[in-house]
Ligand binder design. Structure first.
Ligand code: ZN
Length: 391
């Protein structure tokens, strides 16, 4: 697994460059926003309602290079730039109507290291806009608008909320082979899996990211918790340097890794966050640590059970498994003490057959249905287990 970008790239301040930076009318009443940066930096984008705004945060950018007459879009009434939350530089576009984020991507020039952040906005209904405006990234402080981090009151309590976590994204493409990014493949898989789960009529689904942007590992857990998730499934397809590993593996959290390869994999997943300056150490409060350990003691067997069900369902569906399909390692994204969490390596992008599988919609559907069946079986077993624990 190659690190996404060099450390100095993420720590320094990026400059906005005039050429390539514009805000224009897009097709169908939309808006095209392009920002040319001297280097890649983590970013996030979200919308706010009442009044309608688009917020784009960068870690971090100096705005002085923003060209005069930057705003040529007829549905953008104002552009404000400045400092946002600690460590973030913020651009706020005031919108004349409900426009949703249709596409967001960052492309880095491999030769000179410059980055182009493109965002397309497209008209959406007022209801859709309000719905996306309710999903502000957790931890964002916006004084005039309350951050929504409680479960949506409109949601059907009979449905079990499942958090799907497409690994990597934004400046962290994950493993890359033959022009394919792990981040993109996992986003496609997660969006399709969401459909399969919703169609079952048994589950509600929250995605930790819905586009190609950077979300830190703690933020992924916070999004799941904010949605009231009953289970957390992180989706990956990494590359392995040594050996000819192939087939699916399901990981649960452990301080001691099953083997050296698992340990290296868990470490590689922390790298992008560490480069972005995210604190993964968590609480250093001893009392909090003890409470967290106690909660984890209850959650760990529930995570194990979920992992076992997924392995069993995949095996039953004829999905090729790794010779050791149930492994453990210290993945930071699995550290929610209160949510049963597993990390599924769907295959290894470094293996040609696995990569072909990941790109095959039929194969994906087989795996997605296996995961759905596993969740159904797990939920029944889990309800019985939790019932017993409460007695
Ligand atoms: Zn990964």
């Amino acid at each position: 697994v190659s690190p996404p970008v060099a450390a100095q790239d993420l720590r320094a301040l990026a400059r906005v460059m005039g050429e390539g930076s514009f805000l224009r009318d897009g097709p169908g009443g939309g808006v095209e926003r392009s920002l040319s940066l001297s280097q890649a930096v983590p970013y996030r984008a979200f919308v706010l309602d009442a009044p309608a705004r688009l917020v784009v945060d960068f870690r971090e950018v100096t705005w002085t290079g923003l060209p005069d007459g930057f705003d040529e879009a007829s549905s953008v009434t104002d552009v404000a730039t400045g400092r946002g939350d600690a460590g973030w530089s913020r651009m706020v576009l005031s919108l004349s109507g409900p426009l949703g984020i249709a596409r967001a991507e960052m492309r880095t020039d491999e030769v000179d290291g410059t980055a182009l952040v493109s965002l397309s906005l497209a008209p959406v209904s007022q209801a859709e806009f309000a719905e996306s405006a309710a999903h502000v990234p957790p931890g964002v402080r916006l004084p005039p608008v309350p951050v929504v981090d409680a479960p949506d009151p409109g949601r059907d309590e009979a449905l079990l909320m499942i958090a799907l976590d497409p690994g990597h994204g934004g400046v962290d493409p994950g493993a890359q082979r033959r022009g394919q990014d792990e981040a993109d493949l996992m986003l496609v898989f997660a969006i399709e899996l969401r459909e399969v789960l919703l169609r079952s009529g048994l589950f509600d689904v929250v995605l930790t990211r819905e586009g190609d942007w950077f979300v830190s590992l703690p933020e992924r857990v916070t999004i799941a918790r904010g949605a009231g998730a009953a289970a957390f499934i992180s989706l990956h397809a990494d590359a392995l340097a040594a050996g000819d590993a192939r087939g699916a593996t399901v990981y649960t959290l452990s301080e001691t890794a099953s083997d050296a390869a698992s340990e290296a994999l868990a470490e590689s997943h922390d790298r992008a966050d560490l480069l972005a300056g995210v604190d993964l150490a968590g609480s250093d409060d001893e009392v909090a640590d003890i409470l967290i350990d106690l909660a984890r003691l209850e959650t760990a067997p529930r995570s194990d059970s979920l992992a076992d069900h997924i392995v069993e369902a995949m095996d039953g569906a004829g999905v090729e498994l790794h010779p050791h399909p149930r492994l453990e390692a210290g993945f930071s994204v699995l550290k929610a003490a209160d949510i049963p969490s597993v990390l599924v390596e769907l295959g290894f992008i470094s293996d040609m057959d696995d990569l072909a599988n990941l790109m095959d919609p039929e194969w994906r559907e087989t795996v997605q249905e296996a995961i759905r069946d596993a969740l159904v079986a797990w939920a029944i077993a889990d309800e019985a287990r939790v019932g017993l624990m409460r007695q």
